[in-house]
Design a protein around this ligand. Sequence first.
Ligand code: NAD
Ligand code: MG
Length: 392
Amino acid sequence: MIGLAILGATGSVGVSTLDVVARNPGRFAVRALTGCRNWRVLLEQCRRFSPSVAVLADDDAAAELAAAVAAEGLAVEVRSGAAALEDAARREDVDAVMAAIVGAAGLLPTLAAARAGKRVLLANKEAVVMAGRLLNEALAASGGTLVPIDSEHNALFQCLPDGRNDPDGAGVVSLLLTASGGPFLDTPLEALAGVTPDAACRHPNWEMGRKISVDSATMMNKGLEIIEACWLFGVGPERVRVVIHPESIVHSLVEYRDGSVLAQLGNPDMRTPIAHALGWPERMLSGATPLDLVALGQLSFRPAEPERFPCLGLAIAAAQAGGGAPVVLNAANEAAVAAFLAGTIGFTSISSVIDSVLAQYAGPDPADLEAILALDAESRLSAEEKIRDLAL
Ligand code: NAD
Ligand code: MG
C-alpha cells in the first residue's frame, strides 16, 4: 500500500485524485487530507477515506470539523494552521504527496514534502515558479522524486526518456506546450474589458478551480507553465514554445534533433495525468473516457495573439529575466486575479497590475526561502496599490 497525503484535497485536483484512488482499491492508504475552509467537504472525505489526520488552514473551520468528527466517532485527528500542513506533507507513513493547494500558499508544504524525500505529485505550479531551484535542490538532497500533474508537464514527462533533466543528452530541441486559449479565444478584443468573472471561469474544455480558470483566460497559466517546464526539465525559456490547440487533446509535445516530435494525447480529464503520476511507472485505471479520434475528426493549432494575451508576454519576459522576476510575476498575478474575481478590477486590468509591479522590480535576486517570501509579500503590497488605482 502506498501512503498518500493530499494537500488541497477539497479542490478540483484533490477531488479528482480521490476519485482515482477510489477506482484502484487496495493500492493506496490515504493518511492525510487537507483543505482551507471547506470543512463539510473534508468531513465527507474523512468518512469515505479514513485518513489519520485532516488539516484545515483556517482555525474556525477546523473547530467545526473537529466537532463533527467527534460527534460521528471518526478516528481522525483534526489539526489547523500552516505548521500542520507541513507536518501532513512529511509524515513517516506517507510515501507520496499530492501537492494541489492553489497559489503561493502551497509553497511551504510542497517544499516540506520535497525535503522529506517523498514522491511529490506536483499540481501546485505556483510553488515551482516561486522556488524551482529550492525544490530541485531539496529533492536532490533528500532523494525525493517529482512527477508532474499539470497535464502539459505530465505529457512532456511521458514523451521524454529517463533522465528527463538532461535535454541535450537526449537530443531534445524544444518542448512545445499546448494551450486551449481559454473562453475568450475568439471574443472581440474590445469586449474583453467588460467580461465577468463567471464568463472567465467558464472554460471550454476543463473544469478547474477559479484562480487557474482566470489564468487560462489570460494565458498567464501558460506563462507560469513555461517557467514550470524550465525547472522541471532543465531547459531555458527559449526552448519552450507555446501553440494554441483549442480542442485540448494533444497535451504537449517534445521535438527531437532528428525531426521526431512525440506527443501525448487524451481527452481533457485531469484524472489521466493524476492516475499516471499516482501509478508511475505502472498504468492504472483513471475513469477517463477513451479517446475517439474518428469522432473528433480534426485537431487544430494556431499561434497565440500577443495583443489578446499580454499576460503571456509578461510571463515570458519574467522567465527570461529570471532571479526574482517570476516571484514578482506570480504574486502580482495572484493579487490581480483575486481582485478580478472579487469584482474590484476589470479583466484587462489584470495585466496592467502585473506590468506595473514587474516594472518597479529591480533585484537583488532572492537568495533563500526567506528572501522569496519577503519578495512575494512586497510584490503583493505594490499590486494592492495598483489595484486601488484601477478599482472599478
Ligand atoms: P481549487 O481552487 O479547486 O482547490 C485549491 C485547494 O487548495 C483547495 O483544497 C483549497 O482548500 C486549498 N487552499 C486554498 N487556499 C489555501 C490556503 N491558503 N492554505 C491551504 N490550502 C488552501 O484549485 P485547483 O484547480 O484544484 O488547482 C490546484 C493547483 O493545481 C493549482 O496550483 C493549479 O494551478 C494546479 N492545476 C490545476 C488543474 C485543474 O485542472 N484544476 C490543472 C493543472 C494544474
Ligand atoms: Mg496545465
